[in-house]
Design a protein around this ligand. Structure first.
Ligand SMILES: Nc1ncnc2c1ncn2[C@@H]1O[C@H](COP(=O)(O)OP(=O)(O)OP(=O)(O)O)[C@@H](O)[C@H]1O
Ligand SMILES: [Mg+2]
Length: 322
């Protein structure tokens, strides 16, 4: 990370919850029957927190703004973030609310999730100390549809950050209610990097083809970074479209948080002023490594830089590649 007068490289605003992941089910649950899971992990959940944790463990200075309860799951979230080096002092702990939780059920490569939003559904623009945004160089917001209190104010949040001189990024994430009701044309003019996956992009634009969806959205935002799972990613920036295949690390455990890890790898290099193609490659690298351990953060528990991970796991960049 380059030296800067800012306290933080990135302030992440978003939802907070734990993930309880039940792996190796011999079938998906059916009404009236009990089944065993072969493995279980309690990990940090939520797109925003996984991104913050991984970005911090790659060496960026990261602070988080969000809302939890004063319960044990809230403490799990705080402990995990702080262990990864994320500054948690702007996180609101409300004793009248319950920290959100997602239960993930994995069977034969398929995944079902149930989320209780809890405190994240009560998070609003009034919970954000706007004057403190200028302590960072970059603002990231995640999970639009999980935070109704933020929806009418998101364009304004990004606009305020831009006026303070920050760069901005947005990962909308899925809509569990399948309504996909978002006025993205009002938000994206204040966003520098938009991080949807293919399904999310198709749903919000309601276009017939991926090409039409990409064309529509890339006209609104300087960098579109589109995630394509095991097929890698596409970026569109300054009229240039770059497709890059995924890296494959071999031992796939689950793809939970691969998208957030992609964002972390991409943003780390963006903050180092790397070319977009390099940001994209490191996004793909972080996404692929994330799939090698349960949940979104456990693949990055060693205090290693992303460059070290890239070199050791994929010999990237290889000899002669710059
Ligand atoms: N099975 C995989 N093998 C290799 N790389 C993968 C795999 N799955 C994901 N990735 C990498 O991670 C990136 C992001 O993953 P994905 O496309 O699943 O994001 P997402 O749908 O936003 O995920 P999330 O569920 O975390 O929100 C991909 O662009 C790819 O580079
Ligand atoms: Mg995603």
């Amino acid at each position: 990370m380059q030296a800067t007068s800012h306290t933080y490289d990135v302030i992440v605003v978003g939802e907070l919850n734990i993930d309880l992941i039940l792996n190796q089910l011999n079938e998906m649950p059916v009404t009236g029957r009990e089944i065993f899971a072969g493995d279980m992990a309690l990990t940090l959940g939520s797109s925003a927190a996984i991104l913050a944790s991984n970005l911090s463990s790659f060496g960026a200075k990261v602070a988080f703004i969000g809302k939890i309860g004063t319960d044990i799951f809230g403490q799990v979230v705080i402990d995990h973030l702080e262990k990864a080096g994320v500054h948690a002092d702007m996180i609101i702990r409300d004793s009248s609310l319950t920290t959100g939780a997602s239960i993930g059920l994995q069977h034969n490569g398929d995944r079902g999730m149930v989320t209780y939003p809890g405190a994240m559904a009560h998070f609003s623009i009034d919970d954000i100390p706007l004057h403190r945004l200028q302590e960072a160089r970059h603002l990231h917001f995640s999970s639009y549809f999980f935070q109704p209190g933020m929806q009418p104010h998101l364009a304004n949040l990004f606009r305020t950050a831009k006026m303070m001189g920050l760069t901005t990024s947005f990962d909308m994430q899925t809509d569990p209610e399948h309504r996909w009701d978002i006025n993205y044309a009002a938000i994206l003019p204040y966003v520098d990097i938009f991080f949807p996956n293919e399904n999310e992009l198709m749903q919000i634009t309601r276009k017939e083809s991926l090409e039409a969806a990409i064309e529509e959205v890339s006209a609104l935002v300087p960098v579109l970074a589109l995630k394509l799972g095991a097929s890698g990613s596409v970026t569109v920036c300054n009229g240039e479209t770059i497709s890059q295949p995924a890296f494959h690390a071999g031992n796939l455990v689950d793809a939970i948080g691969a998208g957030d890890s992609f964002n972390a790898g991409f943003l780390l290099k963006f903050l180092e002023n790397a070319p977009i193609s390099e940001c994209q490659a490191y996004g793909n690298i972080a996404g692929a490594i994330s799939t090698t351990a349960a949940g979104g953060t456990s693949a990055f528990h060693e205090q290693k830089s992303l460059d070290q991970y890239a070199k050791e796991t994929f010999a990237y960049p290889g000899a002669g590649i710059t």
